[in-house]
Design a protein around this ligand. Structure first.
Ligand code: ADP
Ligand code: MG
Length: 354
């Protein structure tokens, strides 16, 4: 049985009909196909092209330089594409061009050389595909994103201001009651809110993310607290610089840290500036946080499980939630030492995956 090459078969069928065949292929294409001479004058446009460009009569555009059908902004791009075609190369670009009746349209344009029998470039072919729908969706999306970013910035700004106002108020009230237990509770509340505000600040640094850099957060928070409490803290950060945790966990770690640092300052030797050392490390998904102070040390009967104070209770709750432990003892600085270990949650995806 003879095997017929389908291409050869098609050629046989088309003998003597090449021109007609070529025209019907061009007319069948949904794209707008133009043939230009080497000077760039329009010599032919297929039926769908006339339709797409809303041209009623080809005679009205026949032999016109192709760029005259376009807005002036496209001129440079068109001339470059025609130069390239004359040199035998193909160019593709996207551009805006209204139809003859003024409808707004975006086109994906391919400009390529057409060679004659001798291999010389004889014509330039320009194929334009209407990509208005895609481009419009993209433009709308870009506009929405831009608007959302402005809005986010505005919300962020307000949240920041609200936090600052609440913290300021609490600190002011704390100063009014500076000598009594109410004062220290109020300043404790101010510090807890400042710790949360820090998480917000840190999230704002990378708005697309729900995770924050743990080393950055802990360092920034410690220096905030050192300043607010007027107690220098020496931080030894041995965390991997790229370590990120979900914002919720960072907030919990921040609260523990704020309680421990707050305690070291509150229970320091009277009349001295307390000195604190914070050591951070990470191993096999566990975070270790050690805080030492140079205060009087813990009471002999200190038992974190049985304490009534809010601070140690907050620490214990979070530590248990995060599958960790708390140790305590005497520090190298002569005061108290707390060691906290907890299991870090893995980083999560970006917000848009939610
Ligand atoms: N760094 C520290 N140095 C000395 N004593 C501390 C230290 N941290 C905690 N303590 C002791 O543990 C107790 C419980 O702390 P906490 O639960 O935070 O309550 P509060 O700080 O309100 O007293 C404190 O009252 C104090 O006796
Ligand atoms: Mg306390």
């Amino acid at each position: 049985m003879a095997v017929v090459d389908p291409n050869l078969h098609a050629l046989n069928l088309l003998v003597g009909a090449e021109a007609g065949f070529a025209i019907s292929v061009l007319d069948a294409s949904p794209d707008c196909i133009k043939l230009l001479d080497l000077d760039g004058a329009l010599q032919f446009m297929n039926g769908n092209g006339l339709c797409a460009m809303e041209i009623d009569d080809f005679a009205s555009v026949s032999r016109q330089p192709w760029p005259t059908l376009w807005p002036a902004e496209a001129e440079v791009q068109l001339r470059h594409a025609m130069d390239e075609a004359r040199a035998g190369r193909i160019t593709r670009f996207e551009a805006f061009c209204p139809t003859a009746k003024g409808a707004r349209r975006w086109w994906h344009v391919t400009v390529s050389p057409v060679r004659d029998g001798t291999g010389r470039v004889a014509w330039i072919m320009a194929v334009s595909r209407d990509v208005t729908d895609t481009v419009q969706v993209r433009l709308q999306l870009e506009e929405q994103i831009a608007r959302q970013q402005v809005l986010m910035g505005e919300i962020d700004h307000r949240v920041k201001n609200s936090f600052a106002a609440v913290i300021g108020l609490l600190r002011m009230q704390a100063r009014l009651h500076a000598d009594g237990p109410v004062g220290s509770q109020l300043s404790g509340a101010a510090n807890r809110i400042a710790t949360l505000a820090r998480v917000h600040d840190q999230l704002h640094l990378d708005p697309g993310s729900r995770d924050i850099s743990l080393p950055d957060y802990v360092t920034a928070l410690s220096s905030d607290l050192a300043q607010a409490l007027n107690a220098p803290i020496t931080v030894t950060d041995r965390l991997p610089p790229a370590l990120r945790v979900p914002a919720g966990q960072a907030a919990a770690i921040g609260q523990i840290l704020a309680e421990l640092i707050g305690n070291a300052v509150k229970h320091a030797r009277p009349g001295t500036t307390p000195g604190l050392a914070l050591d951070l490390s990470h191993d096999a998904g566990m975070l270790t946080l050690e805080l030492s102070d140079d205060g009087p040390g813990l009471p002999a009967d200190f038992d974190p499980e049985r304490l009534r104070g809010l601070g140690m209770q907050i620490c214990m709750v979070y530590v248990q939630q995060m599958g960790g432990g708390l140790t305590h003892g005497r520090s190298d600085l002569g005061g108290a030492r707390f060691g906290i270990t907890l299991r870090l949650e893995p980083e999560r995806d970006r917000t848009d995956a939610a």
